[in-house]
Design a protein around this ligand. Structure first.
Ligand code: CTP
Length: 399
């Protein structure tokens, strides 16, 4: 269900500036990208696989003839949202321009449909050589992005054009290629997802139909925009999101505790979980007999959002309201005020619509009233709209 946009394959060519790709990995991760490294054999003269594995947190792929049964070049090629080769040596430029496929990296490059960004770095004479310039022109004519190297000091005493650019310059180019935003770098986003379960006895509980899809979409979108994301998930079966810290809880009390722990350092709280409004007054530690099961005495759960609404400083609070009647907007306005929110999304859940679906219909409100109505948009689209509003209200630059 998630949109693409986060998987980067980083090819590393055999140049002295290969070590600079260590910083590039970190900066890519700061921007919400997940990085898999494919070093060339000659690059291993400069930096070893252990560095790439430790920094990327993933296996390093350097051999066309390993794991042949899993056809790694095709698997890697199709997993990539973008392929960067940094540094790209003069030899790699030549091999790519010729369409060679004599190692894993060039195989992946030929097989991928993802955009390719090359970051050449070499001595000025090699960069300005007619052969290299002809290769660059050929590659650009084929739609491959080739960054111009920086001007400055080289490995020896010479100065000129050919330096490996700053990581920020490479990431700017990447953002332009992917049209991605990184406006939430340095921002902590706390998201709740799923539905709490309030135990009656060891077997039964009071719960609801929330799937967690909306909260997971917010967590994914925020991470893709560079935020540090903590996701508090209640009883959801959504797949784990790499790069997001997920805390699993069951009940409203557990969710309350987790939210309170992380709220002080949070900039944006998106409370998309469906918290049960009531729990059994007493949880039985033994399975209840049918005969004793005529009625269950209930007590309200703590209103998590209201509690943090009362504590909040400059944080942005986004609440959700699930309504089934025509007065949904009026009820959401009431909640907005009562819980000291910045935004609330009200969706119509009549007949179980929305729960478990990847799409949603409803309205986003602030204190003035309806900001935007959405109809049948993906939960990911709604996630980005909510994050846009929060980012704007925090006064963050619109990247
Ligand atoms: N919420 C919460 N703690 C609760 C109940 C709800 O933090 N104990 C949050 C939900 O995560 C959601 C919003 O408050 O963001 C929903 O408010 P709520 O008053 O529960 O509204 P609904 O459940 O939609 O409707 P109702 O008033 O009918 O209960």
């Amino acid at each position: 269900m998630f949109p693409r946009g986060r998987e980067v394959i980083l090819g590393v060519g055999g140049g002295i500036s290969a070590y600079k790709s260590a910083d590039l990995i970190r900066r890519l991760q700061d921007h919400g990208f997940l990085v898999t490294v494919i070093p060339t054999r000659s690059s291993q003269n400069f930096v070893g696989n252990a560095t790439w594995a430790a920094l990327s947190g993933r296996p390093v792929y350097d051999d066309l003839w390993s794991d042949v049964h899993s056809v790694p070049h095709i698997r890697l090629a199709s997993s990539a949202d973008v392929l960067i080769i940094a540094p790209t040596t003069a030899d790699l430029l030549a091999r790519i321009a010729q369409g060679r496929a004599d190692d894993l990296l060039t195989n992946v490059l030929l097989a991928t449909k993802a955009p390719v960004l090359l970051v050449p770095a070499m001595h000025p004479e090699m960069w300005l050589n007619t052969a290299t310039q002809a290769n660059v022109a050929t590659l650009r004519s084929r739609g491959i992005y080739v960054l111009d190297p920086d001007v400055g000091r080289m490995t020896g005493d010479d100065v000129g054009v050919g330096r490996y650019p700053e990581s920020s310059k490479i990431i700017c180019a990447l953002d332009e290629i992917l049209e991605s935003k990184a406006d939430l770098v340095g921002i902590q986003v706390l998201v709740t997802a799923g539905g709490t379960q309030e135990a009656i006895d060891p077997v039964r509980f009071i719960g609801n139909h929330s799937s967690g899809k909306q909260g997971y979409a917010v967590a994914y979108a925020a991470a893709a925009r560079g935020a540090e994301v903590i996701l508090i998930a209640a009883n959801s079966h959504e797949p784990t999101i790499e790069g997001v810290t997920t805390i699993h809880v069951k009940s409203a009390d557990q969710m309350h505790e987790a939210v309170l722990t992380h709220f002080p350092s949070t900039h944006i709280l998106v409370m998309s979980a469906a918290v049960a409004d009531a729990k059994p007054l007493q949880e039985s530690d033994k399975k209840l007999e049918k005969s004793t099961y005529q009625s269950i005495e209930l007590t309200p759960t703590v209103d998590i959002l209201k509690t943090v609404g009362a504590l909040k400083g400059s944080q942005i609070l986004i609440g959700f309201a699930a309504q089934t009647g025509a007065d949904g907007v009026a009820k959401a306005k009431e909640k907005y005020g009562k819980k000291n929110l910045d935004f609330i999304y009200v969706n119509d859940v009549t007949d179980g619509a929305i729960f478990g679906s990847s799409h949603t219909t409803g309205a986003i409100l602030d204190g003035q009233g309806v900001i935007e109505e959405v109809a049948g948009v993906s939960k990911m689209t709604l996630a980005h709209k909510l994050l846009d509003l929060a980012s704007h209200k925090l006064g963050l630059p619109n990247d």
